[in-house]
Design a protein around this ligand. Structure first.
Ligand code: SF4
Ligand code: MG
Length: 329
C-alpha cells in the first residue's frame, strides 16, 4: 500500500511507499520510527481516515476477520455503509490524546452506553451494566460511580483507560493504538501497556501499535516494522530484529537507546547524525542515504529490494545484496 500527498502548486509526493504489513489475531505489530516517518498516516489509512490531500493510489488493505469474506478497504466508497461498519464494529483506534475520541460535554458512561447500544442493540439499562463492566475491565476503580464523571474530572491515566473501554465497546478484531502512552508518566505508561496486553489476551484482537519508542516495542510487540521517511526499512519478529538489526537505520536506533542496566557503565547516547529530510527531498533510492554512514554508489538512485535476512525478517539495504567495492568498480 502506498499513500500519495498532493498539493495545488507542487508535484505529488508518494509519502508512504509500498508498505506491506500483516496483522495476526492475538498478536501485536509495532510500527516504529521518528516523527514524520509515516506511521500515523499508515495507521489512519487502514480506517480510511486520511486528510483530503492524501490518497491511496497503489495497493490494497485487506481485512479478513476470518468469519467473513475478505474486504479490500481501499475499494470501499468513502462514508459507505460497509466502511462505517468496519470502523464501528471491527476496527477501533486509540490515540495519544484521549480527548480526540472522548466528548468533553458528556459523561464517559453516556458515551460508552451509546456505543454499546449501537453495537449490541441493548436497552439503556443493560447498556449501562455493560459499560460498568467495561470500565471495570480496563481497571477504573469504582466503575459505577466513575461512569457519571466527565472526562475532565478524570486523571490522564483514567481518561486513557476510559478511551480504551470505549474502543473495546464494539469488541474489535483490530485495535490501532497511535502512541497511546506517549503523553503519560512512566508508571502510568507501564500500567497502560500491561492493560493492553491483558485485554489482548482476553479479547484475542490483533493490535497495530504506533510508537517512536523502542523500549515500548520491546514491552508490547510480537512483530516490529521500522519506518523511515515513508519506507518500511526492516521488519520481522521482535526478538530477531532486536538480536540482529540488519538495516543501518535500525542499528542506529538501537544504538541510541540508553542502556539502563547499570548506572556505573551508562553508555552515552549516540543519536543519529543529521535530520530526517523532508519527504520532498527523499532520494529515489534508499530513504536513509543522507544519514547512512555506509552509503555507497547505488544508494541514492536505486531503491533497495526487500531482502530476507531470516525467517520472516526482511530489510531494504543494498549492503545485503552487494559489496560496496563491487559497486564502485
Ligand atoms: Fe545505507 Fe545504502 Fe543500505 Fe541505504 S541502502 S541503508 S544508504 S547502505
Ligand atoms: Mg504520529
Amino acid at each position: 500500500m502506498s499513500i500519495t500527498f498532493s498539493s495545488p502548486d507542487e508535484a505529488d509526493i508518494e509519502a508512504v511507499r509500498q508498505v506491506d504489513l500483516t496483522l495476526t489475531p492475538g498478536k501485536t505489530l509495532a510500527l516504529v520510527g521518528e516523527s514524520g516517518c509515516g506511521k500515523s498516516v499508515t495507521a489512519r489509512a487502514v480506517l480510511r481516515l486520511l486528510d483530503k490531500n492524501a490518497e491511496i493510489r497503489r495497493g490494497s488493505i485487506v481485512f479478513s476477520p476470518g468469519d467473513e469474506p475478505p474486504t479490500d478497504i481501499v475499494k470501499l466508497k468513502p462514508d459507505s455503509l460497509p466502511l462505517r461498519a468496519i470502523r464501528g464494529n471491527q476496527i477501533s483506534m486509540i490515540f495519544q490524546e484521549p480527548m480526540s475520541s472522548l466528548s468533553p460535554v458528556h459523561t464517559i458512561g453516556d458515551q460508552i452506553d451509546e456505543m454499546v447500544i449501537i453495537h449490541e442493540g441493548l436497552k439503556p439499562k443493560q447498556a449501562r451494566e455493560r459499560t460498568v463492566a467495561l470500565l471495570d475491565q480496563v481497571g477504573i476503580p469504582g466503575a459505577r460511580e466513575r461512569a457519571d464523571a466527565y472526562p475532565f474530572q478524570l486523571s490522564g491515566g483514567l481518561r486513557q483507560r476510559a478511551m480504551i473501554a470505549m474502543a473495546l465497546a464494539c469488541t474489535p478484531k483490530l485495535l490501532i493504538a497511535d502512541e497511546p502512552t506517549t503523553a503519560l508518566d512512566v508508571t502510568t505508561q507501564a500500567q497502560i501497556l500491561d492493560l493492553l496486553r491483558q485485554l489482548q489476551a482476553d479479547f484475542g484482537m490483533a493490535m497495530l501499535f504506533i510508537t517512536h519508542d523502542l523500549g515500548v516495542v520491546a514491552e508490547i510487540a510480537d512483530e516490529v516494522a521500522v519506518m523511515y521517511l515513508g519506507d518500511v526499512v526492516e521488519q520481522g519478529n521482535v526478538h530477531d530484529v532486536f538480536a540482529r538489526p540488519s538495516h543501518p537505520y535500525t542499528q542506529a536506533l538501537m544504538a541510541s537507546i540508553p542502556k539502563m542496566a547499570r548506572k556505573a557503565d551508562r553508555v552515552r547516547l549516540s543519536p543519529i547524525k543529521g535530520t530526517v529530510p523532508a519527504p520532498r527531498d527523499r532520494p529515489e533510492g534508499c530513504a536513509f542515504t543522507s544519514r547512512c554512514p555506509y552509503a555507497f554508489e547505488p544508494c541514492a538512485t536505486v531503491r533497495p529490494e526487500r531482502t530476507a535476512v531470516g525467517n520472516g525478517h526482511h530489510a531494504r539495504c543494498h549492503l545485503l545484496t552487494r559489496q560496496p567495492a563491487e559497486a564502485v568498480a
